[in-house]
Design a protein around this ligand. Structure first.
Ligand code: AMP
Length: 311
């Protein structure tokens, strides 16, 4: 049995619901999106846990119920009296989406005030999954605690997968972002960067340069996503490139990278083949961007095709 723990922030999402002033509340967040897809792709006997902190108010209870209903383990999610969950709102302007965030006081920022709960969550786990957003929302001392926990987890045989998911708006300055991300890369076994973000902040001139930088930082497996262009995957023994299928009608690219990561990890953890896993990641992202919203429910045939999950 495989056990995966995704660590991060789940938020309330307010999305336009037709009328200009009408919004629908949902839940999403980069690491939650990946956990959601992993749950659909991994065999039912495997466990996928989500680790975060939330409040004790009604919306926090609804978020917790949502995460549970998705089949994710929630046993180590702390519920705090002093804060609630973050919120973001999607605005549509002539078909273009823009986002506003209210997350400054979110409980998730405090999920590592002490490390007891995370250590308990990772007990016996095979893979910890986190992103640059997980790091960005934490105060510096909490980031240090997270790195210590990950170091011990790897020492005990666990693997770490990391999507740098660069969001400069969340960081105090670009240097803190790039330094912290590369520190995390040094604690990662699998790095899943997106070339366009990386090129802007690390000045990589090619996706291969991005892969090389993460390999040199210590990640054994690096998969560089690049929108509709080819994905490159590099390990100590081999490298491989796959071109995502062309999508004529891209409806909504939200969660393209998050779903890619889930498709890749689900396949790689089960079959250990870089090529099959890269194709699985691209396949899932292709399906997701042809529908609205971050979280798309997959039918069992798609689950089977992408990750080999038993029908
Ligand atoms: P990104 O994070 O934008 O590089 O996208 C992650 C993954 O989503 C890519 O590696 C592709 O597999 C998929 N993807 C994103 N945009 C497109 C697109 N326009 N057409 C096909 N696949 C895409």
């Amino acid at each position: 049995m495989t056990r995966i723990v995704a660590i991060g922030e789940a938020m309330v999402e307010l999305a336009p619901a037709g009328d200009a002033e009408l919004y629908r509340a949902g839940f999403a967040g980069d690491t939650l999106n990946t956990a959601w897809y992993l749950r659909q792709l991994m065999p039912a006997t495997d466990a996928i846990a989500y680790f975060t902190a939330i409040g004790k108010d009604d919306i926090s209870a609804r978020l917790l119920a949502f995460i549970r209903a998705a089949g994710l383990e929630t046993g180590q999610i702390a519920q705090r009296d002093d804060s609630t969950v973050g919120l973001y709102m999607i605005s549509l302007n002539n078909g273009e989406r823009s986002f506003s965030y209210w997350r400054g006081q979110s409980a998730a920022r405090r999920m590592l005030e002490d490390d007891t709960a995370l250590r308990a969550a990772l007990q016996g786990a095979d893979l910890a999954y986190l992103s640059g957003i997980t790091l960005a929302i934490l105060p510096q001392d909490a980031r240090g605690r997270l790195f210590d926990v990950l170091r011990d987890f790897r020492q005990a045989g666990g693997k770490v997968a990391f999507d740098p998911n660069l969001r400069p708006r969340l960081w105090p300055d670009p240097k803190t972002m790039t330094d912290t991300v590369m520190q995390a890369a040094g604690l990662s076994d699998i790095a899943l960067p997106s070339y366009e973000d990386e090129a802007g902040w690390f000045h990589d001139t090619t996706p291969a340069a991005t892969a090389q930088r993460y390999r040199e930082a210590g990640a054994a497996v690096v998969v560089v996503k690049n929108g509709p262009k080819q994905v490159i995957a590099v390990t100590p023994n081999r490298s491989f490139a796959v071109k995502p299928s062309q999508v004529a009608n891209v409806v909504d690219t939200t969660a393209a990278g998050d779903s890619f990561n889930a498709g890749f990890l689900a396949s790689y953890l089960q079959h250990g083949d870089l090529e099959t896993a890269s194709i699985a990641g691209a396949d899932l992202a292709t399906a997701v961007i042809q529908q609205f919203g971050a979280l798309v429910t997959l039918d069992q045939f798609t689950q089977h095709r992408i990750s080999g999950r038993p029908l």
